[in-house]
Write a protein that binds this ligand. Structure first.
Ligand SMILES: CC(C)(COP(=O)(O)OP(=O)(O)OC[C@H]1O[C@@H](n2cnc3c(N)ncnc32)[C@H](O)[C@@H]1OP(=O)(O)O)[C@@H](O)C(=O)NCCC(=O)NCCS
Length: 171
């Protein structure tokens, strides 16, 4: 089911059938380096990851991460973009990741703009956060282009890793 289309992209809800795509995406070098190894190494593990994460978020919040495909090849996902509400933060945060061959084409910006519009208009979200490693310059550049501002450094998770916290008001 397509939730929205942009100039070049189709953005749709993730289903369990997307498990093989997630297995690929979550084991790309940039995902491992900048997001972390989630130990998803089989299609079955990817299905479990989706059930406990994105699909649960759709049920509980209405929103979540979506898959992004090119209008020119609608059946092949190239990345993901969306919102997640974590227990660690008061506000939802935006996330994005693309397969390596689809980075650097402006798809992160194009999909995020529409996700932020949906957050405001459909889900009444008035402020969105974002977390990133300081060394993830592509992510920081994209956040700044989207109008996010750096707020603080944090260590929100058990791994004690220091992250940068950005935020953007949607009002
Ligand atoms: C971070 C990430 C999502 C950024 O996605 P992206 O699509 O490359 O980002 P952008 O939309 O900012 O586009 C990047 C470049 O594409 C360029 N570009 C090329 N063709 C373009 C076009 N037709 N339209 C717009 N921009 C285009 C832009 O100029 C931009 O470069 P600039 O910012 O120097 O001007 C991506 O690098 C990624 O998947 N990284 C691995 C996962 C990850 O780290 N996720 C974030 C965790 S915090």
């Amino acid at each position: 089911m397509s939730i929205t289309k942009t100039n070049r992209l189709i953005i749709s809800k993730v289903t369990l059938k997307d498990a093989p795509f997630f297995l690929e995406l979550m084991n790309t070098p940039h995902w491992i380096k900048y997001i972390g190894d989630r130990n998803v190494k089989t299609v079955k593990e990817a299905e479990t990851y989706l059930k406990n994460g994105i699909l649960k978020s759709y049920k509980e919040r209405g929103y979540g991460f979506y898959k992004v495909a090119l209008k020119s090849n609608p059946n092949a996902a190239i990345g993901i973009c969306g919102l997640i509400k974590r227990d660690e933060f008061d506000i939802p945060d935006i996330g994005f990741a693309f397969l390596p061959q689809f980075e650097g084409e402006g798809y992160g910006y194009e999909s995020s703009v529409t996700i932020l519009e949906q957050a405001r208009n459909e889900f009444d979200v008035i402020k969105v956060g974002a977390i990133t490693l300081e060394l993830n310059v592509n992510s920081i550049k994209l956040l700044e282009k989207l109008g996010f501002s750096f707020e603080k450094t944090i260590k929100p998770f058990d791994d004690d890793q220091e992250l940068l916290f950005f935020a953007k008001d949607l009002v």
